[in-house]
Design a protein around this ligand. Structure first.
Ligand SMILES: *Cc1c(COP(=O)(O)O)cnc(C)c1O
Length: 387
């Protein structure tokens, strides 16, 4: 049909393959809270973001089925048209309460939330300061503003202060955006100090709590640790990780949420989430609120793992084992797969060049013996080999 198009794609693919950066989709069937089936083999997954195993929870599945029966499979349109089924208001009230905010707005996904919220609040005259290790969709949102995008060194508040001192006065508005829990590193942002800096410079602080809600800060997320308590005016997050389902959200003041509902393109021009997904999130949040001990389990498991390996203590359920080289990381993942563990290798451009890694994630249901066996294999056969 178009020879130049296929040639373009083939050359690109060949070049990526040569650099060990070719990505493929591997069929994976979830068999339960921690087990998956891949290539006919049962594996214990240490790669899911389903930290509380709620995607497999019986009562939550039942809530999704019931909502489907009652309201149908899809929402039928954008929420601004006819897609705003009755479950949204209930979910938004729950999110706002959990996050200590006046109001909330639910989006189709976390990616849609970030690429919609940032350009709805900042424009071509404005500036956005972003932590260098923030998620790709924060950068995508920042670029969509058409304004000045300044990248500060990871968790380096001194660098952020320098940037604001040099540039803040040139712009009517400034936004500071960061992951609350860094998705590939598992460390936390210094939320309290970022809130101080934001106040000093009249900048608006926005945190992405994709990996924090349900698992840190007693389930309330990363804006409730490191001195952040109630000081983040823009709390964004997803329903796709610990909450177990799908979707994104922003918790903020009534005025901000009103503006987002009116002006945010990824809300206005995209179909509302299906009733089943919204009902599942409501049921999941009820569980998270009612059982903080359960919400604490993934971090407890991650700490057992970092202790076993003599690594710095885990701050979240995400623990990176940085190996550097993509080929070596792929080989390590293959070795673990032979031992019955799924630990997906993470390579550039998802992480910076030269920092390919195993990203190990812990969930409430992981067995302590499996965690110790995984740590033992990583210590003896992956890390020692480097020494
Ligand atoms: C996963 C993730 C997102 C995207 O959320 P989805 O709901 O999966 O689209 C956004 N930000 C961070 C930090 C994430 O880890």
């Amino acid at each position: 049909m178009s020879a130049s198009l296929d040639e373009f794609a083939e050359q690109k693919l060949a070049a990526l393959k040569q650099r060990n950066l070719l990505r493929t989709l591997i069929e994976t069937e979830r068999l339960g809270p921690v087990e998956v089936l891949r290539g006919g083999k049962r594996l214990i997954s240490f790669s899911c973001n389903d930290y509380l195993n709620l995607s497999q929870h019986q009562a939550i599945k039942a809530a999704a089925v019931e909502a489907t029966e009652k309201y149908g499979v899809g929402s039928g349109a954008s929420r601004l048209v006819t897609g705003n089924h009755p479950l949204f208001a209930e979910l938004e009230a729950k999110l706002a309460k959990l996050k200590g905010a006046e109001a909330a707005c639910v989006f189709g996904s976390g990616y849609l939330a970030n690429t919609g919220i940032v350009p709805a609040l900042a424009g071509a005259d404005d500036m956005v300061a972003v932590d260098e290790l923030s998620h790709a969709c924060i950068f995508a949102g920042a670029r969509l503003t058409g304004g000045a995008v300044h990248v500060f060194r990871h968790n380096d508040t001194g660098h952020l202060r320098e940037i604001l001192a040099a540039h803040r006065r040139d712009h009517p508005r400034a936004l500071i955006v960061t992951d609350g829990v860094f998705s590939m590193d598992g460390d936390l942002a210094p939320i309290g100090e970022l809130a101080d800096i934001a106040a000093e410079h009249d900048a608006w602080l926005m945190t992405d709590d994709a990996h924090g809600i349900g698992v840190v800060g007693g389930g309330r997320g990363s804006s409730y640790v490191n001195g952040g308590q109630g000081r983040v005016p823009l709390q964004m997050g997803t329903l796709s990780k610990a909450v177990g389902g799908y979707g994104g959200y922003l918790c903020a003041s009534r005025a901000v949420i009103g503006l987002i509902r009116t002006r945010c393109r990824t809300l206005i021009y995209s179909t509302g989430l299906p009733p089943a997904t919204v009902a599942a999130a409501i049921a999941a949040l009820e569980l998270i609120e009612s059982d903080p001990d359960y919400a604490a389990l993934p971090l407890t498991k991650a700490k057992a793992f970092t202790r076993a390996l003599g690594l710095p203590e885990a701050e979240s359920p995400i623990v990176p084992i940085v190996l550097g080289d993509s080929e070596r990381t792929l080989a390590a993942a293959r070795l673990l797969e032979d031992e019955g563990f799924l630990v997906v290798p993470i390579r550039p451009p998802t992480v910076p060049d030269g920092t390919a890694r195993l990203r190990v994630t812990f969930t409430a249901a992981h067995g302590d013996e499996d965690i110790q066996r995984l740590a033992g294999i990583i210590r003896a056969r992956i890390l020692d080999e480097a020494a």
